[in-house]
Write a protein that binds this ligand. Structure first.
Ligand code: GLP
Length: 263
């Protein structure tokens, strides 16, 4: 696992944006896996800014979002679809039929989940998957005890996750306690994964993900099995890492090998 400890969330978002925009310039039909939550907002702002500066064209890009609540009416302001429209899609030029979400309506959701994964394969699979992380170590909505080989499916949310997200449902809407999420097996098939974590609430999850054993009790720890994961964390989220100074030295060495800075 590559671990990059940044001074601030802003610096972390800069790095993530550099990765995504660099990949887009090399592959205009980039397939992006996208996450909701406050963590990737800095990255999305930078993607929007690049588009406004006419430096980034998303017209051939495909996107697949990680998860969506089950039981919210379509277009509900607290749906993840509405979140993505507000914070990214309406500001850039991804064609609407290139945007994919896990299915949450209609008949036979499990069959639609298989179709969602088929759509992913049809465009060549996810090139870069963006991830945040829940305080309990979940990725997408793969809560503790999720199978590490799981595929897109319905999950019941943990109490801690419901509490963390309750603030979004103080408008009287009943907070859904189920969601449809890409599985851990689905996520592990992405060619490249960028996990972002900022702030003190992520200390335990980040320590377990990077330095703990692979365990379904910390679903993100399954990322240790993936050959191209970069964890972009700020100093606050990195506070529990025993080998923090080592990761910094590894990263400095990588930059010096690339000729960016002198060793
Ligand atoms: C939700 C989402 C996750 C996200 C997590 C953290 O549970 N399903 O994909 O990573 O929230 O959110 P935040 O970035 O706001 O801390």
């Amino acid at each position: 696992m590559e671990v990059i400890v940044c001074a601030t969330a802003e610096e972390g978002s800069d790095l993530a944006a550099k990765e995504v925009l660099g990949a887009l310039s090399r592959k205009p039909d980039l397939v992006l896996g996208l996450a909701t939550g406050s963590t990737p907002l800095g990255l999305y702002r930078r993607m929007i800014d690049a588009h406004r500066r006419v430096e980034a064209d998303f017209s051939k890009v495909f996107t697949f979002n990680l998860d969506e609540y089950l039981g919210l009416p379509p277009g509900h302001p607290q749906s993840y679809r509405a979140f993505m429209d507000q914070h990214l899609f309406r500001h850039i030029n991804i064609p609407p039929d290139h945007i994919h979400f896990p299915p949450t309506h209609g008949r036979d959701v499990p069959a639609q989940c298989e179709e969602f994964e088929r759509d992913m394969r049809r465009v060549g699979g996810i090139d870069i998957q963006i991830l945040g992380i829940g305080a309990d170590g979940h990725i997408g909505f793969n809560e503790p005890t999720s199978s590490l080989g799981s595929r897109t499916r319905v999950k019941t949310l943990m109490e801690e996750t419901l509490r963390d997200n309750a603030r979004f449902f103080n408008d009287g809407t009943r907070q859904p306690d189920m969601a449809v999420t890409m599985g851990i097996g689905t996520i592990l098939e992405s060619k490249r994964i960028l996990l972002l974590a900022f702030g003190t609430t992520k200390v335990r999850a980040i320590q377990s993900t990077i330095e703990g054993p692979i365990s379904n009790m910390y679903p993100a720890s399954a990322l240790q099995l993936h050959p191209r994961v970069t964890m972009i964390v700020d100093e606050q989220a990195a506070a529990g890492l025993a080998m923090r100074e080592y990761y910094k030295r590894v990263y400095r060495n990588k930059l010096s090998l690339e000729g960016s800075v002198m060793p």
